[in-house]
Design a protein. Sequence first.
Length: 244
Amino acid sequence: MAIKATTEPPQGLKAGVSRTFQTIVNQDFLEKVEPYDKWRSLVFAICFMHSVIQERRKFGALGFCIPYSFNNSDLEASLLYIEKHLTMSQNLNMPLSFKAMVYMVSDVQYGGRITDGLDRELFGCYTQLWVQEAVFTPMYCFNQTVTEFNYHIPDASEHVKFMEYINKMPSTDAPPIFGLHSNADLTFRLKESTDMINVLLDTQPRSPQEEVVSQEKTRSKKRSRKSFFLVFQLTSSGSTLSRD
């Protein structure tokens, strides 16, 4: 008997951003690159975007056409590139290239996992909105529509202040922050309820007769697969002989 343990991302934007600022981002990290104010704004924007795309998967096909396993390595690689880019721009006295940053984040770091064209366009929209010069303006707001809570970049320099703002974020996220219609939350709740009911049904004890029926169905599926492959092999060999 073996036990498999996996680490799942926390549920909710608040929990996702909070976990990132507790594991990856600390005070030294916020003071890693000059100019510090621009670096902190970009760090928070990338961390917020990472949590958004993690949470968007819960909406199923409404979120992404194909579910992708984004993880902290994608976030860390993106932050590392932005760190190098800001350092090089500072040393060479060159302006920041947001086009390069958008390309590296959306098409290379995260985009390496994306295989669907529509999902790639969607991710490109996120990076173009949240990786731009406008994030350097005071209290830059992420949500373009009016919601109960305005998600913005805190005007702070200390890690404690960032955590205080993150703790004020709502535990339940409104679909508009993901760029979705409000009815998308209904789809998510229905999917969540259906999955929970299916799990409960699968864990219910079965009678011996039900076990026999289930095993017979499994054997029948295996026999069907074997028959299919056998017919396919015979057909392929027959077509080869006819050509010869």
